[in-house]
Write a protein that binds this ligand. Structure first.
Ligand SMILES: *Cc1c(COP(=O)(O)O)cnc(C)c1O
Length: 382
């Protein structure tokens, strides 16, 4: 399906350069996180651009996403999938040379069964919960998990190639939980290594820790948001301070323009009323495209060379702009967010206007909005 009048333009050169900047910021290897369709930027093009920028690993939440990378011929980098559930397609993971995260005995049992059946050795990353309170094994369960993994290693069906954890508060540099989590992680690593596990990589850092906490990089860092050029610590510094540039521009063409008198109510509920005679422009993007409904009367848009605010409610498929007396016509392009260096709004601006984080703004751009790939300003087929 090609949709006219809307484009999520993705600058592949920006993704490549962002990964190169992240590489330059660490002596660890870089795993580029491409989960959730590359944070909305497109799984395969983002992955290829990240690898071209120097990522030696790729990371996904879902095993399906990891398998899609391999099926598309992305063979060189290591690929890790971490959001694993019972009955997972373990055999497919083994056949595709995908590393899997294991955080509990049942998951180890399932991957061991698949490895026995297929006569292969599963590459496993054991995950400990060092304090995020999310996916890892509780520290109290860690010794048992390590022991079970050692038994599987002795049998030759598993190789523990990674030990890892995830931070709760890396976006608040200096937060006391960061050092505390790193300590818990180091203890878990020491216990595993003491039991004979010899991992290729130990990893803890997301984008924020990659940029602000070099002491916690270990052997591998796992940036996601920063790969796409957005700042994981917007209260501290914008992306350009880290040599990053936002890769996605969400743009649309005006599909209707009309003069209306003063006092005209605009969009559902008339939460906006024109102050004087003015021109209204209709933008064919709404909350079904991922534009937050909370952006009514507050979301920023660049139109006719000026930043403005959405007029009235954001609807399912459309929103309205009050363009004053500016010279606009049907077909003119407006930009909801982009790199920001043209004076236009960024995904971070939308996040601040609507009470969320930039990750959510780019990731929610809908599947019906075509991704258009550009390199140096020119459209390319990735
Ligand atoms: C999403 C995710 C990352 C990347 O996080 P960013 O904050 O986007 O850099 C890293 N590790 C894990 C486990 C994740 O789920």
């Amino acid at each position: 399906m090609t949709r006219q009048h809307v484009a999520a333009r993705v600058d592949l050169g920006a993704i490549r350069a962002n990964v190169a900047a992240l590489r330059a910021a660490t002596s660890a290897e870089v795993l580029a996180v491409v989960k959730a369709d590359g944070y909305g930027h497109g799984l395969l093009p983002s992955a290829r651009a990240a690898v071209a920028g120097g990522a030696t690993w790729l990371g996904t939440a879902l095993l399906d996403e990891a398998l899609e990378l391999r099926a598309a011929g992305i063979t060189a980098p290591r690929v890790l999938a971490w959001l694993i559930g019972p009955g997972e397609a373990w055999a497919d993971a083994l056949a595709a040379d995908v590393d899997v995260s294991v955080n509990a005995g049942w998951a180890l049992d399932e991957v061991v069964a698949a490895a026995r059946q297929t006569g292969t050795t599963a590459r496993v990353h054991l995950k400990v919960d060092s304090g995020l309170g999310r996916g890892g094994a509780a520290p109290a369960d860690w010794a048992d998990l390590v022991e079970a993994a050692r038994k599987a290693e002795a049998e030759g069906v598993v190789r523990v190639v990674g030990l890892w954890s995830h931070l709760a508060y890396a976006d608040a540099p200096g937060h006391p939980t960061i050092v505390r989590q790193a300590e818990v992680f180091r203890e878990a690593v020491a216990l595993a290594e003491g039991a004979g596990i010899d991992p290729e990589v130990r990893h803890l850092a997301n984008s924020a820790a990659t940029l602000t906490a070099p002491e916690h990089h270990f052997d591998l860092v796992r940036p996601g948001l920063a790969v796409y050029g957005l700042s994981p610590v917007p209260d501290v510094a914008g992306p350009s301070s880290y040599g990053l540039r936002p890769a996605m521009t969400l743009a649309a063409n005006l599909v209707h323009v009309k003069r209306v008198p003063a006092g005209s109510g605009v969009s559902y509920g008339h939460i906006y009323t024109t102050e004087r005679e003015t021109t209204l422009g209709l933008v064919p993007l709404g909350y079904a495209d991922g534009v937050p409904r909370a952006g009514g009367n507050v979301g920023p848009v660049l139109a006719a060379g000026r930043s403005r605010t959405v007029a009235g409610r954001v609807c399912m498929d459309q929103l309205v702009l009050d363009l004053g007396d500016d010279d606009v016509a049907v077909g003119d392009e407006v930009v909801l967010f982009g790199p920001g260096d043209d004076g236009g709004p960024t995904a971070q601006d939308w996040a601040e206007a609507t009470g969320t984080i930039s990750n959510e703004i780019v990731t929610r751009v809908g599947p019906r909005d075509p991704r258009v790939y550009v390199e140096g300003g020119r459209e390319v087929t990735p």
